[in-house]
Design a protein around this ligand. Structure first.
Ligand code: AR6
Length: 178
């Protein structure tokens, strides 16, 4: 599903973040050490190869809310933006730390003049942030940020299951109707 907002394209798909071959920057739901892990981090590191963890070493450890960019190695993208989301119930204020991830990722993509970026639902897996609660923070924030983006023209949300896609689609349609 996609929409045109402020001359930008916003997309919501069900899929694997490691298989976004038409996107310049993919976002990793990273751990502080920028090593491989489960979920998104596992998928991206497996597909990128061991160079990805090596490239992350000079930045590690990163803090909750922080994002850094590395090359994408064997992935079909130009770069990987690693974001450390908050652990729900532990890193506070969790909503601000979550939004800081999205903001810093967008800023890095702009700085590197990358035209498209794909986000997974950061913190909503192993880090325990309730999916809908995270969505209600992230979507208005990103939608409001679109007009000020100069280089990024496509923002894609890559979600794991159909129900999550439906929730995003419903939220965006309601938001755009207002
Ligand atoms: N593509 C898209 N989305 C995915 C994929 C995939 N391949 N795999 C899982 N998801 P998570 P977090 C969804 O746990 O909560 C790691 O082990 C998943 O269903 O990847 O930020 C790291 O090493 C969920 O909705 O990230 C960290 O230690 C969302 O992506 C820690 O987990 C995020 O789940 C980070 O936890």
């Amino acid at each position: 599903m996609n929409w045109e907002v402020a001359d930008k394209t916003i997309e919501v798909i069900q899929g694997d973040i490691a298989a976004q071959d038409d996107i310049a920057a993919v976002v990793n739901a990273a751990n502080a050490q920028l090593e491989t892990g489960g979920g998104v981090a596992g998928a991206l590191h497996r597909a990128a190869g061991p160079e990805l963890a090596e490239a992350g070493r000079k930045y590690a450890p990163i803090s909750p809310g922080e994002a850094v960019i590395t090359p994408a190695f064997q992935l079909p993208n130009e770069g990987v933006i690693h974001c450390l989301g908050p652990v729900f119930g532990e890193d506070k204020p969790e909503d601000q730390l979550l939004l800081s991830c999205y903001e810093q990722a967008l800023e890095l993509a702009e700085k590197e003049k990358l035209e498209s970026i794909a986000f997974p639902a950061i913190s909503t897996g192993a880090f325990g942030y309730p999916f809908e609660e995270a969505m209600k923070k992230v979507l208005p924030f990103v939608l409001e940020r679109l007009p000020s983006l100069k280089f990024v023209h496509t923002v894609r949300f890559v979600l794991f299951n159909e129900q999550e896609v439906e929730q995003y689609v419903r939220y965006i349609e309601d938001y755009l109707m207002k």
